[in-house]
Design a protein around this ligand. Structure first.
Ligand code: F0G
Length: 354
């Protein structure tokens, strides 16, 4: 079948009609990769672990699932411009879909804390980008105020159509595995995605597409962990800039997902995130951005703290929310440098010692 994107595939579960103009880059349908090389590192040889590799979406992150809906509905509402605050991926996605739809796109990013790949995307797609001297939370407060004037459509995950589209990730996992996993590990920033996945699982369950529900296991970065601490973090800090958020918009919905599913929301340190990031790349061949690796770092932390779980054959999905190429500076900072040699075959053979 000629794949046509998540709106076409899941229209029965989405608030669209035949008249909705669809903006799509054929997002979704991302690989669910079974883990092999990582099991020993995780310390859980019998777990069945799958990576939902959302970096394979058209702009390199899960945001495209929500953006196809948000931009299509903006077109339906005859909006002329969209606006968002972003740690990078939302702006990249909004800029791309707005470019296709012929809408103006206004983006507010936190000064100095956005990965290079993401910034280049927003700029090349022609968004009007403002770098705000403040953090993501400040930028989000500003775009909320600006959208209240009614002249621009907000496409952050406060826009319910974003959550609608993003729930399609849960549908795909169930369609692939036949049932939801026992545990669903996911990074948490502004908390829209954990909200969306839980909504998706519940809707599929209600529609009798599956018989059980997973435990939702969310992970914040230790320096930006307001939900874990139970209070906003005024100056969030982490190398995982995508989830450098101190006051998540969907805080309550994330807690509801955790409570209803019997899961947990915990934190992982930058060190744990970077270890998982490198292990994924070097043992599994999967390159994700640092924030994405929080799900796998969380799984490892959980395995180490729960011996029964470590020995079990539970099914686990870790969502890898964005592609590693988004943040090339981080990859270069953690990996070994290239070795400089003379243009001589012998010199390289000597270096390789083979
Ligand atoms: N992973 C990546 C790669 C992200 O870009 C984000 C959020 C998250 C995880 C967390 O998802 O916010 O739904 O809990 N990025 C937003 C942005 C904030 O502006 O691109 P969440």
């Amino acid at each position: 079948m000629n794949y046509q994107g998540i709106i076409h595939r899941y229209k029965d579960f989405l608030s669209v009609t035949d008249k909705t103009p669809v903006a799509t880059l054929k997002e979704g349908n991302t690989p669910l990769i079974p883990v092999q090389g990582l099991l020993e590192w995780l310390g859980a040889p019998h777990l069945k672990v799958f990576l939902k590799y959302e970096g394979m979406n058209p702009t390199g992150s899960f945001k495209d699932r929500g953006m196809t809906m948000a931009i299509s509905k903006a077109l339906e509402d005859k909006s002329k411009a969209v606006i968002c605050a972003s740690t990078g991926n939302t702006s990249a996605s909004a800029a791309a879909y707005a470019a296709q739809a012929g809408l103006r796109c206004v983006v507010l990013i936190p000064e100095g804390n956005i990965a290079l790949g993401k910034l280049s995307q927003a700029l090349v797609h022609g968004a009007e980008v403002f770098s705000v001297e403040g953090n993501f939370d400040t930028a989000l407060t500003m775009v909320r105020a600006m959208s209240e004037t009614g002249t621009v459509t907000l496409v952050n995950s406060l826009n319910p159509f974003r959550i609608e589209g993003q729930k399609s990730g849960a549908f795909e996992i169930v369609d692939d595995l036949g049932e939801p996993p026992d545990c669903h590990f996911i990074p948490v920033g502004n908390a829209g995605n954990i909200t969306a996945y839980w909504k998706g699982y519940k809707e599929y369950h209600a529609a009798k597409k599956c018989k059980k529900l997973p435990k939702m296991m969310g992970y914040q970065a230790a320096g930006s962990a307001p939900i874990v601490l139970g209070k906003p973090v005024l100056e969030p800090d982490t190398i995982a800039t995508a989830i450098r958020i101190g006051n998540p918009a969907s805080w309550q919905q994330a807690e509801a997902a955790r409570n209803e599913s019997g899961g947990q929301i915990d934190s992982v340190t930058d060190e744990e995130i970077l270890e998982a990031y490198q292990a994924l790349a070097s043992k599994e061949g999967v390159f994700c951005e640092p924030a994405s690796a929080a799900s796998v770092a969380g799984l490892r932390k959980y395995v180490h703290a729960h011996k029964d779980f470590a020995k079990s054959k539970a099914t686990v999905v870790c969502v890898l929310t964005g592609h590693g190429l988004k943040d090339p500076d981080r990859a270069i900072a953690v990996a070994p440098r290239p070795r400089t040699v003379k243009p001589s075959v012998e010199a390289i053979m000597r270096e390789l010692n083979i």
